[in-house]
Ligand binder design. Structure first.
Ligand SMILES: [Zn+2]
Ligand SMILES: [Zn+2]
Length: 308
């Protein structure tokens, strides 16, 4: 068993290409897999490898002047959780599609630690609104109790949602969260600019850090992740249902029909009945060999616990 690292740092980088070159060499030498986005605004990454390899990666990163403050979030996993290593230079390290000067992370919401987050929710202020800054399919299997979940499927649509629903947040204390904190850095500037919220908070380290500290706290269910693990169990609550039979279930799968490849929640019984597809139609297509099958998914169960 190894580790998956999740990390980001907003920091001015003079030469993102040079950083990417160094990262490619470093990751290859350590046999790491995953995804790293680099831009002149910073770095955003998730990596898998053995504990020894990921520890060495951390060591080398923290020795670099631009990345000495990176907060690495660890969870169980390994290199098999990603198909390959992908390092890309981009304009934005999280795509929100808004002017970087006008919506700069320096103007974001006030950061709250897991302890401060927990205290704020526990004190139940009348004007508190919890806002999930992720996509709807992520929140489906795990979220903070009573959080508002925007009906979006890509993060790029978040600003439009906020502008259309500004009245939900006007004169409120808005507490925002995402998986590991990075999406809120710029999304919170959007909420601040367009809603007339009284106060905007963002959870430092996101669900990941909160769940480590309070596994039975106000976050219920699973923390969705963008690798083959799909989700990390935080507690035993199951928030969602199987798309096919409506039984309680929070396991995502992809339709076996490669052309469909629908990402949906499906129970073990329906997986069996529908031969790993999303519908009678896809099942028939696969069984009659009319379509290709998508490659099999690695499905391992991981918890949100850190292994030191
Ligand atoms: Zn089912
Ligand atoms: Zn399908």
């Amino acid at each position: 068993m190894g580790k998956i690292l999740l990390f980001y740092q907003y920091v001015k980088l003079q030469n993102p290409e040079a950083i990417a070159k160094w990262q490619r060499k470093l990751c290859a030498s350590l046999n790491l897999t995953g995804r790293i986005l680099i831009g002149d605004e910073g770095i955003n990454g998730t990596l898998g490898g053995t504990t020894q390899e990921t520890d060495e990666y951390k060591k080398q990163m923290l020795a670099h002047e631009s990345f000495a403050d990176v907060d690495f979030k660890d969870s169980d996993g390994d290199a098999s959780c990603f198909p390959r290593m992908q390092i890309t230079v981009r304009e934005e390290i999280v795509t929100i599609g808004k002017d970087k000067q006008k919506y700069n992370e320096k103007d974001g919401g006030v950061h709250l630690t897991p302890e401060q987050t927990h205290e704020l929710i526990a004190s139940q202020p009348d004007d508190l609104v919890i806002l999930d800054a992720r996509n709807q399919f992520e929140a489906e299997i795990g979220k903070f109790t009573d959080a508002i979940v925007p009906d979006i499927h890509v993060f790029r649509d978040f600003p439009e949602y906020i502008e259309k629903n500004a009245d939900k947040f006007k004169d409120k204390q808005v507490l925002m969260y995402c998986t590991g904190g990075i999406r809120c850095e710029r999304a919170s500037t959007v909420v601040k600019k367009h809603t007339g919220a009284k106060k905007v908070f963002q959870m430092l380290g996101g669900i990941h850090r909160y769940a480590e500290k309070y596994p039975e706290g106000f976050f219920r269910g699973k923390n969705y992740v963008f690798d083959r693990r799909i989700a990390l169990k935080v507690n035993d609550d199951i928030l969602s249902t199987c798309m096919l039979c409506k039984e309680k279930c929070d396991t995502y799968t992809n339709c076996l029909n490669a052309l469909c490849n629908k990402h949906f929640i499906c129970c073990a019984t329906c997986k069996d009945t529908f031969n790993n597809t999303c519908s009678e139609a896809c099942k028939t297509l696969v069984e009659n060999k009319k379509v290709h099958k998508r490659p099999p998914l690695v499905s391992k169960q991981y918890s949100n616990k850190i292994v030191h």
